[in-house]
Design a binder for this molecule. Structure first.
Ligand code: MEV
Length: 398
């Protein structure tokens, strides 16, 4: 076979069907999808189809006195339902405010076994290197108010690191950070004869985005339950991970819809949370009042990458009225906190399973090859109401 990526779509389908014995129905499914496939081929390689996700709207999300219609891409319907409910509930009971620190992305260069002479040389050249970078690779960013803002020299004897901070303006900055890292290696080789240098962006950021939610006139049981759920996440690392997953459900829904790199953010959030504990906190600030807080390291973009090239991501940004990077970060932080509120409230009131299951009835019917009709849906929903669950055997009898 010539390289898989050079085959036409028909040839790729032919090849894969022979390798793994796809049946006619499966091949027809891929062929019927070929228009979408041709489009997504612009974004990746070895493509044989497109993988679709629901694109939803969370209506009327009130943040900082503004109303947003939030585009959301996720396959878990209970997440959308719970978030929509939380947005309404929290607006009725209070308000959410958000704040984002100035954006920054890091390019990192590792210099193994650097001699003391070379370290001294670099210390006296660091400003020049910053200027060289801003005159070349980040020149257009400097014009927009960004560029390389600082280079930290870090000694890890016998090794050495350069941490190059970049203000990427409205872009995520991953591409420019990689270019800065590689350009730095070239400068180090040409001007300083340092040839063992390894450069790459870092997905780490200490730039935080915050949201805070103050809710009043709540049922005092709900206040106590939320405080208990907060303690649960503080007490158990096992719970903390699931607690944070709920936050990330909200964050990733917006990130996916707007074409942002959710993997980079998840990686950052994992590190942040391992260091600082749960990403949100809830405390009682009065018998019927609650204060929730979220702080997360977010690295988003509203220009470049998929945000500009994928029509659905572009549409999502248009639905959000084309926010700046900072505005989008603040919306995401607000949504993350709302999603966490929704999950904790559902768990505390023992409504999670029934809410989740009743929204998953359609999926389960499809998965078991049953017709998704009103009679079947109603039957399974009545089982959930009566006993809190339904089983595979219950579906089999339909
Ligand atoms: C499910 O996708 C997310 C939750 O498990 C989050 C949580 O437990 O807080 C409901």
């Amino acid at each position: 076979m010539s390289s898989f990526r050079h085959l036409s779509l028909a040839e790729k389908l032919n090849w894969i069907s022979r390798q793994v014995e796809l049946d006619h129905e499966q091949i027809a499914y891929l062929k019927n999808n070929s228009q979408n496939t041709a489009f997504v081929e612009n974004f990746s390689e070895n493509v044989i189809g497109s993988f679709q996700l629901p694109f939803s709207i969370i209506p009327n999300v009130h943040l900082d006195g503004n109303i947003h219609q939030v585009p959301f891409a996720i396959e878990e319907s209970s997440v959308v339902a719970a978030l929509s409910h939380a947005a309404k509930f929290c607006h009725q009971h209070g308000e959410i405010s958000t704040y984002a620190e100035k954006p920054s992305i890091l390019a990192e260069v590792f210099l193994p076994h650097l001699s003391t002479d070379k370290i001294q040389e670099l210390k006296s050249s660091v400003h020049k290197i910053q200027m060289q970078l801003n005159d070349t690779v980040t020149k257009s960013m400097v014009k927009r108010g960004g560029g390389v803002t600082h280079i930290a020299l870090i000694e890890k004897p016998p090794h050495f690191l350069l941490h190059i901070s970049i203000n990427p303006c409205d872009a995520h900055g991953a591409n420019v950070a990689c270019q800065v890292a590689e350009t730095s290696c070239r400068i180090l080789s040409k001007d300083h004869q340092i040839n063992r240098a390894y450069g790459i962006l870092s997905n780490y950021t200490d730039v935080l985005t915050h949201s805070a939610c103050e809710l009043h006139n709540l049922n005092s049981d709900l206040v106590d339950q939320m405080v208990d759920m907060n303690a649960f996440a503080q007490c158990s690392q096992q719970r903390q991970i699931t607690h944070n997953k709920g936050v990330i459900n909200g964050i990733d829904g917006v990130l996916m819809a707007t074409g942002n790199d959710w993997r980079a953010n998840s990686s950052n959030c994992i590190h942040y949370s391992a260091k600082h504990g749960p990403m949100t906190s809830w405390e009682k600030v009065g018998k019927n009042s609650l204060m929730g807080k979220l702080s997360i390291p977010l690295q988003l973009g509203v220009i470049g990458g998929l945000t500009t090239s994928h029509p659905t991501a572009k549409l999502a940004l248009a639905i959000l009225k084309n926010p700046s990077r900072t505005e989008l970060s603040r919306i995401v932080a607000g949504v993350g906190l709302l999603q966490n509120f929704a999950a904790l409230k559902a768990i505390a009131s023992h409504q999670l399973v029934t809410g989740h299951m009743s929204l998953h009835v359609n999926n389960r019917l499809m998965a078991e090859g049953k017709s998704v009709n009103e009679k079947n849906i109603k039957h399974l929903q009545s089982l959930i109401q009566a006993q809190g669950y339904f089983s595979k055997d219950d579906i089999a009898t339909l």
